[in-house]
Design a protein. Structure first.
Length: 432
């Protein structure tokens, strides 16, 4: 009989399978960016969380891939005390449904369902073990753990007190599939980034990485080589760039539609890259909308004030938008480079940096070449923006100069379009 009892206990213990999810997929517990395990122990689930964090780590359970949209979302986490790194609090929190008032999660009214078992903070890595009841009587703030949920793992830098909520995360990853933690399910890798985020990146790259530079190149360099067509091509490229910018701008607000106004996008000192990205994006779009209007109301080519139009429309707004657009592309990719350890996102980043650098050098080369070799002298600000003004001595552009500029235009197309197509494909398939 004792042997049968022992055998029964061994079978019962072995049936409590240990599940988990970590990120990235090929990491070990001591070097994962985010690490979690779960095991059923009676009427509760025992969780282990670990991450490189100086503030907090947490696991979230959601019905969708957006926190606080489809019902409440459960958040279980551990946070360092704001004054004492030897104190670590285990917390049961939730994200309110359809957050219109709250930007952040809220701590549950009581903490009876969660119990801390162990914790440590060593060499910048935060670890904790706790249990949470599978089913609680607080259905307004807790999810039942015997259902399948999208699992969120997150970490942040803010410390707190026993009753403080968790502020904005430094990193957040989502499981590739829904998981039931009470049945020991596990997963590997992470969910693909939302398709609208990827479309936002693709549209903005097309706008500022391809169309706008080509539109400016046509206006700056092709007036003599393509006297009948440069202005039409310039308008097509620039207005198409504006269209892609507007669509990309709207997409990012749509994907963040669950966030409260005015925080439609993660904004603030805890998210410096995202904040700078948002501010620059708004400024650039405003300038893009203004510049075509300035082009429509420009003064006559013979006006002495034509130079003001040139400086405002081309130099100040045109080149400023091109510069800020390129900076914002880099900022957008940098938001993921520092958080995600994948080869693909690094390939995207270096293709972007390489393309922008090569085109900048090429553009400078074309400018110097024109200044020294292949352009006739026309008073700046008096160029005919629809038909080139030629002196009596130079009634038509030489075939040699036209050929050179057309060849340079083809080079510009190759520099921007070929890497651009690669970027679009990589962003489209990226699961980072």
């Amino acid at each position: 009989m004792p042997v049968l009892i022992l055998l029964f206990l061994c079978v019962a213990v072995s049936s409590a399978e240990k599940g988990g999810w970590k990120y990235p997929a090929d990491c070990n517990q001591n070097n994962c960016q985010l690490y979690s395990t779960w095991t059923v122990t009676g009427d509760a689930v025992e969780f282990e969380l670990e991450a490189g964090s100086d503030g907090w780590i947490a696991i979230g359970l959601s019905a969708d891939k957006f926190m606080g949209t489809e019902g409440i979302d459960d958040v279980l986490g551990c946070q360092l005390d704001e004054d004492d790194n030897t104190k670590i609090y285990a917390k049961d929190l939730y994200n309110p449904q359809n957050q219109k008032t709250y930007r952040h999660n809220e701590i549950n009214d009581n903490q009876y369902a969660i119990k801390k078992l162990a914790s440590s903070y060593t060499n910048g890595r935060l670890y904790c073990k706790f249990t949470r009841l599978i089913i609680t009587n607080n259905t307004a703030q807790d999810r039942h753990l015997n259902d399948s949920w999208w699992i969120f793992l997150a970490r942040g830098v803010e410390k707190g007190t026993s009753d403080s909520h968790l502020l904005f995360h430094k990193q957040k990853e989502i499981s590739p599939v829904k998981l039931n933690v009470s049945s020991g399910q596990s997963a590997s890798g992470a969910a693909c980034i939302n398709v609208l985020y990827r479309l936002h990146g693709i549209f903005m790259y097309i706008s500022f990485g391809i169309l706008l530079p080509l539109g400016i190149f046509m206006a700056a360099n092709m007036q003599e080589a393509l006297p009948k067509f440069w202005f039409l091509i310039h308008r097509i490229f620039v207005l198409s760039s504006l269209l892609f910018s507007c669509v990309g701008f709207v997409l990012i607000f749509v994907v963040n539609r669950s966030n409260p106004v005015p925080g439609l996008i993660d904004f603030g000192p805890n998210n410096p890259k995202g904040s700078a990205h948002l501010i620059i994006g708004v400024v650039v779009l405003a300038l893009q909308l203004i510049n075509p209007i300035i082009g429509l109301i420009r003064c006559k080519k013979a006006s002495s004030k034509r130079i003001i139009f040139y400086v405002l429309h081309a130099v100040f707004i045109g080149y400023l938008v091109q510069l800020l657009g390129a900076v914002n592309l880099v900022l957008g990719v940098l938001r993921y480079v520092k958080l995600v350890d994948t080869k693909l996102i690094n390939v995207i980043f270096w293709i972007l940096i390489g393309t922008l650098s090569i085109y900048t050098i090429f553009d400078l080369f074309v400018y110097l070449l024109k200044r020294t070799c292949i352009t006739h002298k026309t008073p700046r600000g008096h160029e005919d923006l629809e038909k080139p003004l030629l002196t009596d001595h130079e009634t038509s552009i030489s075939k040699k100069r036209a050929v050179i500029m057309k060849m340079l235009m083809i080079v510009a197309l190759f520099i921007l379009i070929l890497p651009g197509l690669a970027m679009i494909v990589l962003i489209g398939i990226a699961c980072f």
